[in-house]
Write a protein that binds this ligand. Structure first.
Ligand code: ATP
Length: 627
């Protein structure tokens, strides 16, 4: 199980004060309201910290708001002068009125352009922050994901990890957490500032109306909060459904051979459609709730109060308490106060909604990586290639020990095969050497140095790994081979391909090494494995790990690849796992693992003479072949 602790998003390191159990409690609805509020605030503040490196831009946005808002208000007051002093002032000569009319209109236009121009600038800086923070957040998340244990990564469908990396960070429809940081925070600042301005002006013109607006906000806020709490719960369900759809879609396309091979296209489509149906059902619930919130409840409250206020203002004009110009200003000011107040309430609720993806991101970010370099780890020098497993105990699940005191030493340049019944722990031995997991007790040593005391990259760089199936990345042959050594030049790439005996094939293709593997090129299993071998060889590894590298090939191709492997093994320490014993007879030594321990070891001949488990397995396999 992966440990859970707080993580600083910026530093990607554990920090105090983030209680993830509260997140869990929140999901099952056990946390008290105060806890929930505290949790929401803490989550919010952790994401706000992402703004710190760009504080100059954030401050600039705030300054633009500070200047733009009064510019808009001055234009409004000029409008009052225009109506009361110019348009309706019949005492002045028409020529003077017309001059004033154009003068005021011109001044208004200048203010309007300045106001609008600042709004555009603010948007540009907002988009800039959006871009920077999206990159930062996705980088942090993706990087963190790769530091987590295989156990954690496999505990969730791949589609879910993808959804959290993409949709939860910068998803469409303002559902990603980045919008909360880059759009909502400046928006909240702008709204508060506008409320203060419009509120102050309205109080100056008619304080009673200002009070009505403030009192009206009480039920408006209360209803909003309640309805948005319901919406937030539905949003969480919607996210889960959306990520299920993404996972199923990925599964179906990735497993297309199995889907078609089993004639399960209809079944797969039906399964996906059911998930889409379920997702849309939750979306429908969300849409209806959203409509109830905005178009029915909040709209009704809004209409009741604003219509009442207009009637009251009109009454005050009729009774001589307000001029027509003042009426128009009051009309505009009430709107200018009441709209940002409403928007502010909605914005606060929308931030709460965006805390849903924020919490989901933290659920992953707060998982502490288990396999990390020790603080005092030093890079290992060029290795000779001696590998030792010393009294190694390991289990994935404490109830089921996998390795129980494994002792094996492989000398530099020696080739050793690990064989044994299925589930005996052979692959686990390789995983421990690659530090995909750490031993529970005992030690894994390279050149007599425990691997936990050196930096991982420094020894992994000197190892080459070929797995049962070579994963080919998008890109060219060169890209895929160079993956083993990023700084390798073209000659090194070709040399590795020659050793892996795939050079001629690549050269025979129209674009040769620059041929894109994604462009409809179908490689056979053998060709894929040869590419995998070239990728491992390009780093000229001192230690070569082969985990069932030929298991998925037919026996003719397997023989060819085994011959290639035998050539490249020379002079390197090689640890090889294979089920097919005929492929390991040429190894210097064969180690038979059974129930997490070494059952016997020796050369092929010695083990046959030993008449133990190896002999039993050999007889079974050769009898099978003879039949
Ligand atoms: P095979 O020859 O079938 O590949 P193996 O000898 O390589 O088997 P391992 O893959 O090392 O065996 O697995 C040893 C045991 O550990 C098995 O019982 C397996 O079910 C279990 N195991 C392997 N990986 C995990 C995991 N990630 N989580 C839990 N148990 C695991």
């Amino acid at each position: 199980m992966s440990a859970v602790a707080g993580t600083d998003i910026e530093q990607n390191t554990p920090v105090e004060g983030v209680d993830v159990e509260l997140l869990e409690a929140g999901r099952v609805g056990k946390a008290s309201r105060l806890d929930k509020l505290g949790r929401e605030t803490r989550t919010f503040l952790r994401f706000v910290k992402l703004l710190l490196p760009y504080k100059d831009k954030a401050i600039l946005i705030m300054l633009l708001i500070l200047v733009a808002v009064p510019l808009g208000e001055i234009g409004l007051f000029l409008f009052r002068v225009l109506v009361d002093e110019v348009v309706l002032n019949f005492d002045r000569p028409i020529g003077e009125r017309l001059t004033l009319f154009y003068l005021i209109l011109g001044t208004q236009l200048i203010f309007w352009i300045l106001h609008h121009g600042m709004g555009v600038l603010r948007q540009i800086f907002g988009f800039y922050l959006d871009m920077k923070i999206s990159i930062k957040l996705r980088h942090t998340f993706y990087n963190h994901l790769h530091t987590l244990s295989l156990g954690f990564l496999r505990s969730r469908p791949v589609g879910e990890h993808m959804y959290r990396t993409t949709a939860d960070t910068t998803g469409g429809g303002r559902q990603g957490v980045v919008y909360m940081i880059t759009d909502d925070i400046p928006q909240a600042f702008s709204l508060v500032y506008r409320i203060v301005w419009a509120g102050g002006l309205l109080i100056a013109v008619d304080w009673k109306l200002a009070m009505v607006v403030v009192v009206y906000m009480i039920p408006y806020t209360g209803f909003s909060h309640y309805l948005y709490t319901l919406l937030k719960g539905t949003m969480r369900q919607l996210k889960i459904q959306q990520q299920r759809c993404a996972a199923l879609l990925r599964d179906g396309i990735r497993g297309v051979k199995t889907v078609k091979g089993f004639g399960r296209v209809n079944y797969q489509v039906l399964k996906y459609t059911q998930q889409v149906y379920e997702e849309r059902r939750v979306w429908w619930k969300w849409a209806m709730l959203s409509m109830l919130t905005h178009s029915i409840v909040l709209w009704t409250i809004h209409q009741l109060v604003t219509q009442g206020m207009w009637i009251y203002a009109a009454y005050r004009v009729m009774t001589g308490h307000l001029s027509v110009g003042e009426y128009m200003i009051v009309f505009a000011l009430v709107r200018r106060l009441e709209r940002p107040l409403e928007q502010f309430v909605k914005l606060m609720q929308s931030i709460r909604m965006q805390l849903v993806p924020a919490e989901r991101i933290l659920e992953t970010l707060d998982v502490t990586p288990e396999i990390v370099d020790a603080p005092d780890a030093e890079p290992i020098a060029t290795i000779q290639g001696r590998v030792e497993f010393r009294d190694v105990h390991f289990s994935y699940d404490p109830e089921k020990p996998v390795l129980r005191g494994l002792n094996v030493t492989v000398e530099p340049g020696e080739s050793v095969a690990f064989v044994g019944p299925s589930g005996a722990g052979k692959s686990t031995v390789m995983y421990l050497l690659m530090r995909l997991y750490d031993v529970d007790s005992g030690q894994v040593l390279i050149d007599d140095t425990p691997i936990q005391t050196v930096t991982m990259d420094s020894f992994l760089d000197q190892m080459g790994v070929v797995l049962q199936e070579t994963h080919l990345f998008g890109g060219t042959f060169t890209d895929n081979i160079r993956y083993g050594k990023l700084q390798a030049d073209d000659e090194e790439v070709a040399q590795a391909a020659r050793m892996a005996e795939i050079h001629e094939f690549i050269e025979s293709l129209p674009d040769g090494y620059e041929r894109d593997l994604g462009e409809g090129l179908k490689l056979s299993g053998g060709q894929q494995q040869r590419l995998g071998i070239a990728r491992a060889l390009i780093r000229d590894p001192r230690i070569l790990l082969l985990d069932e590298a030929t298991a998925s090939l037919d026996s003719r191709i397997e023989c060819q690849i085994v011959r290639t492997i035998e050539k490249i093994m020379r002079g390197r320490t090689t640890l090889m796992i294979s089920h097919r014993l005929v492929t390991v007879t040429g190894c210097d030594r064969i180690v038979v693992i059974d129930e997490g321990r070494v059952a016997e070891q020796g050369t092929h001949r010695e083990l046959l003479a030993n008449d133990g488990l190896y002999k039993l397995m050999w007889d079974e396999q050769t009898r099978g072949a003879a039949d």
